[in-house]
Each structure stands twice: as C-alpha cells, then as structure tokens.
Design a protein around this ligand. Structure first.
Ligand SMILES: C[S@@+](CC[C@H](N)C(=O)[O-])C[C@H]1O[C@@H](n2cnc3c(N)ncnc32)[C@H](O)[C@@H]1O
Length: 256
C-alpha cells in the first residue's frame, strides 16, 4: 500500500495556472514524437483505431494533439488537473488514480508516462509505475516513458523563466532545479509564481517546491526489462533544437 501523496500546489489549488504556465503548444513536438513511435510500431498491421493510455496525463496537453486519431484515456492523481483535461479535450476519458497502483481492468495498444514519471521518487515507485504500464498493455503493445531528466541530462542549478498576460493578470514564473543530495535519487524543482492583478497592481509571490526522481539510463532500461519490456533508449528532438534545447530522452518498450 502506497503512502497517499499530497499534490504540489501547481496540480492542486493552482491547477488553473497549468494551461497558462505550460500551454498545450509546448507539447506539440513531444506529441509528434509519440505519434511517430505509435505509427512506426504498428506500421503494416490492420489500420484499426489505436487506444492510448497516458498515466499522469495532467491537463491533457499531450493528449490534445493525439485525440483526433486515437482513443485516449487519461489517468492522473489530481482531480483539478483532470478537470483541465476535460475542458481541453472532452473526448478523452479521464480517471482519477495513482500510477503506482491504479488498475482499470482493460488493456491498450500504447501506454505513455511522460513528465509525470518525474514524481516517482525511488526505485520501488518507478517499478510500480512500470508494472501499471505492463498491466494495461496488450501483448506486443508499446510503452514510452519520458522523464524530464536522467542522471545523464540533469543540469544542477538550471533556471528557466517565462511570463504571460491576460486582461486581468500578469503571470511571471521562475523554475530552478537542483540536486540537494547527490547520494539519493531525487532532485528538487522550485517554482516561483508572481501573479500581478492589473486592477489593484498588487503582486502575490508564491513558492511551490516539487520533489522529483533522478535515475540513470541504465536504471530505466534495467527496470523496464524487469517489468516485461523489450526496452531501448532513444533521443528525440525537444522543441526547437536550434534554440539550444537538449535532446529528449525516451525509454521505449515493447511488451513481450
Ligand atoms: C507535469 S504534469 C503532467 C502534464 C501532462 N503531461 C500534460 O500533458 O498536461 C505532472 C502530472 O503528474 C501527476 N502525478 C504526479 N504523481 C502522480 C501519480 N502517482 N499518479 C498519477 N499522476 C501523478 C500530477 O498530478 C500532474 O498532473
């Protein structure tokens, strides 16, 4: 039995900020890559409509790019994030659940665990999430796991910032990732939100700390193999490579 996990504020009372902070357009390249993997994997087989499950699907920013062509199901721990998903892509079936333990009683052609896998904090939790993926895949089905960082790609002290405005508010945010203890398997992402109300000109500053898991390529591949996948490691374009973005690391498994 897993300890119930309290969501960071971004996925809880601040979930309304998610579509502004990390808009669906930011997921276009990733979704194209995932679509390419599905098309390649099932090429040559009968062209039935494929079913896709995303574990930790959040606001549906990846699924929105796939839902026209695949039957999509979104699982997430956070009800406010699933509400975002339903608003954005009503045709996606949403289910509240924990990727470490959820069982939907059905199987899919493909299962993705995208950036949400960052919230698996140790080997046991990663293995549980992989078991969930296996349990929901048809034989020969495709599993793609895409952590934001691996040990090999992590940049200690990386800073990012962005901002956006509506008629009533200006939102600026900073993210800072660091590894407080290289001896354990986690890193911390600190998010700062500055929300300015245009009418009153007041600025609220909110700090939101996320603890995330950090594992090596070899660990991901070994654990996927143990979970019943024929697994490989791929690098894909992340956003605009011309803008200096690092390639995106993916772990691709075929259920044996
Ligand atoms: C970065 S967001 C994912 C965004 C998503 N890729 C999208 O397209 O909007 C991370 C998500 O992981 C979810 N999450 C974290 N731990 C989880 C768990 N144990 N089971 C299911 N979802 C989880 C959070 O609730 C959050 O919605």
């Amino acid at each position: 039995m897993n300890t119930p996990r309290k969501s960071p504020r971004l996925y809880d009372d601040l979930a309304h900020l998610w579509p502004i902070l990390s808009p669906p357009e930011d997921y276009t390249t990733d979704a194209l890559t995932l679509r390419g993997l599905i098309e390649k994997h099932f090429a040559g087989s009968t062209d039935q409509r494929r079913s896709v499950l995303e574990l930790g699907a959040g606001g549906g920013h990846t699924l929105v790019h796939l839902a026209d062509d695949y039957d999509c199901t979104a699982v997430d721990l956070s009800e406010p994030m699933l509400a975002n998903c339903r608003r954005l892509v009503p045709e996606v079936q949403t289910v509240a659940g924990d990727m470490r333990s959820v069982r939907l009683g059905k199987t899919f052609d493909a299962v993705f665990i995208h950036d949400a896998v960052d919230y698996m904090l140790n080997e046991t939790e990663v293995r549980q999430a992989m078991e969930t993926a296996t349990a929901h895949l048809k034989p020969g089905g495709l599993c793609v796991i895409a952590p934001t960082y691996t040990r090999e790609t992590f940049i200690d002290g990386e800073v990012a910032d962005d901002g956006t405005a509506t008629d009533s508010q200006e939102l600026t945010y900073f993210s800072y990732v660091h590894d407080p203890d290289p001896a354990d398997d986690t890193f911390e992402m600190i998010l700062l939100y500055l929300i300015r109300e245009n009418q009153t000109r007041s600025v609220e500053v909110i700090e939101d700390r996320h603890t995330c898991g950090l594992f090596s390529n070899d660990q991901w591949l070994t654990w996927m193999g143990d979970a019943g996948f024929d697994a490989r490691h791929e690098e894909a374009d992340a956003g605009d490579p011309g803008a200096g973005e690092e390639p995106w690391t993916l772990f691709v498994g075929i259920k044996t």
